[in-house]
Design a protein around this ligand. Structure first.
Ligand SMILES: Cc1cc2nc3c(=O)[nH]c(=O)nc-3n(C[C@H](O)[C@H](O)[C@H](O)COP(=O)(O)OP(=O)(O)OC[C@H]3O[C@@H](n4cnc5c(N)ncnc54)[C@H](O)[C@@H]3O)c2cc1C
Length: 419
């Protein structure tokens, strides 16, 4: 049985890697002719770092990222420092780490290969596939081919200019964010010369991104002489869409990451949620393909990830409103959209049929992330014993069952129970 992963962004690469390390035949295709080099989602949340640790790429990601501060300036005057609280790293460096690890498992991303039909027809011929996963981003071809509606709204009145440039004349030991008639943020990275530019100008909302525009807006909004921007490697405009699919699964076709949900950038959740979608689906697909579980297990992907997607849309939309308000009042910028729960450590699947708390205890209940991540076997199930309570932890680090000494906590029962 082969899984065809469509799209080699963070979601598709995570899924490809999780399947490959479990011995599942997988192919990962991308229509792009070359790997994308743009910083895009630049924050790795704590929960994603745990996932990346399990996939064997945490060290590489930590080495290419850093935890830094943002220096805040209000009306051109230094105001205060804000901790970023996420690992700052260009998205493409995360993708590179995942891709390298995937290649170690013998799977190379097939570039310039566009999916054209759900039977596996691509621009380079047909790929025989038993399961197909659309990790093909917000404009997902897979979603369109399935005819699954992408319900929600597009907010055209909010546009953020984005890009990667080199910056001369500013300290690169922290990010810098200027507030006043919008915001202008410059974030340096640890191992590449580019900085990410993010600009929302309340005076100038229709401008297309270019180096000249970035420099002009810097001079107008910040006015620090001697700061020069150069060598742009990525230019983009981010428009807010808040949308989610009605179905995450149709037969043997699944949707994950931006293909299934898109939302404002507030809180830095986009790439992280995609990585965690893939991590939820990977072990389940492997269990079914390896004959350890029935097809019904795959229905729990949507059951578990839909509430997370709904939460993500809600919290990032609220975050965007807080940012807009803070910018209007001149009291804050992007950090106003961040909440502690965006670290995603408290997310869980308490209402899933896969979550069973059979005995009362003081520890975490079934469905939530097991707090003992470093001691888990991860790729497999782990059975932990605490006095008279036993805890079966799933391969994705979430608690499956909390039971007593007489409860059946075998993996075979868990995977084949009639839930
Ligand atoms: C301009 C921009 C700025 C962003 N800024 C932030 C931010 O600041 N913070 C944050 O958290 N998130 C941000 N995001 C969101 C974040 O980048 C996404 O959430 C993340 O990339 C989603 O990953 P993904 O793998 O699901 O999809 P993507 O990264 O979009 O990857 C999809 C892949 O599928 C491929 N593909 C598409 N169609 C086909 C097809 N038919 N056949 C084969 N391949 C196909 C594409 O080439 C692409 O490589 C930004 C996104 C954009 C576009």
């Amino acid at each position: 049985m082969t899984v065809l992963v469509v799209g080699a962004g963070p979601t598709g690469l995570t899924l490809g890697l999780d399947l490959a390390r479990r011995g599942v035949p997988v192919r990962v295709i991308d229509k792009a002719p070359a790997f994308f080099v743009g910083s895009r989602g630049k924050g790795i949340q704590d929960r994603s770092l745990e996932v990346l640790a399990d996939l064997g790429v945490r060290d590489e990601v930590l080495a290419a990222g850093r935890y830094s501060k943002n220096r805040m300036y209000v009306n051109r005057e230094y105001s205060h420092d804000v901790d970023a609280n996420v690992l700052i790293i260009p998205q493409w460096k995360v993708e590179e780490a995942l891709r390298d690890k995937l290649a170690e498992h013998g799977v190379k991303v097939e570039l310039d290969t566009e999916l054209l039909a759900l039977d596996g027809t691509t621009s380079r011929g047909k790929i025989d596939t038993d399961y197909l996963v659309g990790c093909d981003g917000g404009r997902s071809t897979v979603r369109k081919l399935l005819g699954v509606p992408f319900e929600g709204v597009s907010e055209d009145d909010y546009a953020m200019l984005l890009g990667d440039v080199e910056v001369e004349g500013l300290e690169a030991d922290s990010g810098h964010m200027w507030i006043g008639q919008g915001f202008y943020a410059l974030t340096p990275f640890r191992t590449v010369p580019q900085w990410q530019v993010q600009i929302v100008s309340l005076d100038d909302t229709s401008t297309e991104p270019s180096l000249e525009v970035f420099q002009r807006l810097f001079d107008e909004m910040v006015g620090l002489p001697g700061v020069r921007l150069s060598n742009p490697t990525w230019l983009s405009t981010y428009r807010v869409n808040v949308r989610m699919v009605r179905k995450f699964r149709v037969g043997n076709v699944f949707l994950a990451g931006d293909a299934a949900h898109v939302h404002p950038p507030a809180g830095g959740l986009g790439m992280n949620t995609g990585i965690q979608d893939a991590y939820n689906l990977g072990w389940k697909l492997a269990a079914v393909i390896n004959g350890e579980a029935g097809d019904k297990l795959l229905d729990t992907y949507e059951v578990e990830r839909r509430p997370i997607a709904e939460w993500t849309l809600g919290t990032s939309s609220e975050g965007l409103q807080r940012i807009a308000e803070a910018v209007r009042q001149g009291t804050g910028g992007i950090e106003a959209g961040v909440r502690p729960e965006h670290r995603q450590l408290g997310l869980g699947y308490p209402d899933s049929p896969l979550s069973r708390t059979l005995v009362e205890w003081d520890g975490p209940t079934a469905g939530f992330r097991a707090p003992w991540q470093e001691s888990l076997r991860h790729k497999d199930f782990t059975l932990l014993t605490f006095d008279d309570v036993r805890v079966l932890v799933r391969p994705d680090g979430h608690i499956g069952v909390v039971g007593g000494p007489d409860d059946d906590l075998t993996v075979a029962t868990y995977l084949t129970d009639t839930w």
